[in-house]
Design a binder for this molecule. Structure first.
Ligand SMILES: Nc1ncnc2c1ncn2[C@@H]1O[C@H](COP(=O)(O)OP(=O)(O)OP(=O)(O)O)[C@@H](O)[C@H]1O
Length: 537
């Protein structure tokens, strides 16, 4: 008789083999998918997708340990929604007396039945997300614990011994990836703090260079520097007003150097150079996880300037929606980082500067009046160069000597005709433009007489009046005044012309900004305001 039945032992053996093959496949799949991810959110998302696929577990989180871990742990959680999508979020949980601490101390897995009366913040959150059971698995790599793997299910009986055993094996596979993600996070944090340190060092360097470099002989500048000396020793807010390139930043640095805060930092922030979306976190800082991409805590410039001076350049470009927050910090003298709940006291002296007409902006509701009055405690108006032509020969001589020395040239003469031309030119870009013109001349000089190209000093169409005729006003020249369509046109033409001559290059020694005597950021914001783009070239 032929026996048609299969040997039950053999069948059992086949089932066992199949189970082992399936488990092996799960482990290989998960190991492969974690390899590609260094960032925490990407890593948890990849693991959560596999865990959901193989076990239908809807909530997967990892608590990460790193150098910053002291009294709280960042937990990245991915949750599945009934519509089949999943979303990830990061939250920080206190360690003291928590289930996380238990797992950490015991180094053993812990299964928890979730219910309403639990007080642990993490378990409470899982219960609020309708989870019934949680499993916490310690992760270990070499001799340390890079984190805790946390799984939660809506079905209280989901974590069977077989599932727990397989999840345990998965935990040991992902430990190395979690350790790598911690290292990556630390590198990113150090890179950020080095960047901040670099900003400060650069600013200190410029500070040392420029303190004794304020060159003047006009009565207007003498009076102005007397005011600077007087206000420097107080702690009052100073508002520096003047056209672009008149030396507002130079004066801000002098105020800081002459103040009692000079052993602390002067931190500068150009409100026009940073996109509005980044300005808030740059100024006030943010906590880790405050928004997507906030991989580490970021100290804002207010905190960096603590004990010293904060110089807000181009304050007229501060977005309206940020102005109330700035006002609050100036009034309360404390900041709250984005995504943080702690109030941090800051002791900062404020200097703000702008080349825009803040009065007019207040009337047009483009600048808040309460902030304006807060800043306008001690306004200092720096006259444009055309209103103090007696400074021009001295400045020209100073820049010639300085730049010639830097280029290893020996230039000891400036032709009288050149000096006269310099004194007659209206200098819309003020001292910066003069400096650039001299730099070009020094480069072109071969002997010891400055070779100034008088063609460089073309009268801009919007500057057809004599310098003296404009000397009575401290307002921006008409070409920079957005209220005057005719002169806007002049400014537009001049910028387009410069861009054409530089083949559209804005920055650098051959760029249009240098040619026009403007900062790169100032030129870019002017181009934006005047609607200039590559089609116009
Ligand atoms: N009186 C001065 N003596 C020597 N150098 C000066 C003087 N005034 C300005 N400069 C130089 O001119 C350049 C422009 O000055 P600064 O950046 O301070 O102008 P600004 O008014 O802040 O310009 P912006 O409004 O475009 O920010 C700098 O290189 C500065 O060192």
């Amino acid at each position: 008789m032929i026996n048609s039945g299969v040997d039950p032992e053999l069948l059992e053996f086949f089932h066992q083999l199949k189970d082992e093959r399936d488990e092996y496949r799960i482990l290989v799949d998960i190991t492969n998918s974690v390899l590609a991810h260094l960032d925490r959110e990407g890593l948890v998302s990849a693991i959560a997708q596999d865990i959901h696929r193989f076990f239908a577990i809807p909530c997967v989180s990892i608590a990460f340990f790193d150098a910053e871990t002291t009294d709280a742990l960042p937990v990245t959680a991915c949750n599945w929604q009934p519509d089949g999508h999943h979303y990830c979020q990061q939250k920080t949980y206190p360690i003291a007396q928590s289930v996380l601490k238990n797992v950490l101390d015991n180094g053993q897995p812990q299964a928890v039945a979730l219910h309403e009366s639990l007080s642990d913040p993490l378990l409470k959150d899982l219960f609020s997300a309708r989870m019934q059971a949680a499993l916490l698995l310690p992760l270990t790599f070499n001799t340390h614990a890079p984190g805790i793997f946390i799984l939660a299910h809506t079905d209280a009986s989901a974590f069977t011994p077989a599932v727990c055993s397989l999840l345990g094996q998965i935990a040991s596979r992902i430990s190395i990836a979690v350790d790598n993600a911690n290292a990556w996070n630390e590198i990113t944090r150090l890179k950020d703090s080095l960047k901040q340190e670099n900003i400060w060092l650069n600013e200190q360097l410029q500070n040392v260079e420029s303190l004794n470099d304020i060159i003047f002989q006009s009565v207007a500048m003498k009076n102005l520097l007397r005011q600077v000396e007087m206000v420097a020793t107080s702690d009052s807010t100073v508002l520096l007003l003047g056209e672009t390139g008149t030396g507002k930043e130079l004066i801000a640095r002098a105020i800081h150097k002459l103040s009692q805060r000079n052993s602390h930092k002067l931190i500068k922030m150009n409100c026009a150079a940073i996109p509005a979306s980044l300005l808030e976190s740059d100024l006030f800082g943010h906590e880790k996880g405050a928004f997507t991409g906030a991989t580490s805590t970021h100290i804002g410039r207010f905190e960096m300037a603590d004990g010293g001076t904060l110089f807000l350049d181009e304050i007229g470009d501060m977005p309206l929606e940020l102005q109330p927050k700035l006002l609050r910090v100036l009034q309360e003298r404390e900041v709250e980082r984005l995504g943080g709940s702690k109030v941090i006291p800051v002791n900062v002296r404020m200097i703000a500067a702008t080349n825009r007409d803040l009065h007019e902006m207040v009337q047009e509701r483009a600048f808040r009046s309460d902030l304006f009055y807060r800043l306008n405690v001690f306004p200092i108006v720096i006259p444009p160069l055309r209103e103090r032509p007696e400074d021009i020969p001295l400045l020209a001589t100073w820049f010639t000597q300085k730049l010639a020395a830097r280029m290893n040239k020996n230039i000891d003469t400036i032709p009288t005709a050149s000096l006269q031309a310099l004194c007659q030119y209206p200098w819309p870009g003020n001292v910066r433009e003069l400096q650039n013109v001299i730099e070009r001349a020094v480069i072109l000089t071969q002997g010891n007489t400055l070779n100034l190209q008088l063609n460089d000093l073309k009268m801009p169409p919007s500057m057809a009046q004599t310098p003296r005729a404009q000397a009575a006003t401290i307002k921006l020249p008409p070409m920079f005044n957005p209220q005057t369509p005719e002169t806007d046109e002049g400014e537009r033409e001049r910028i387009i012309q410069a861009l054409r001559e530089t083949n559209g290059i804005v920055a650098g020694p051959k760029g249009a900004a240098q040619k026009l005597g403007l900062k790169r950021t100032t030129l870019l914001s002017r181009m934006q305001r005047l609607g200039i783009n590559t089609r116009d070239l």
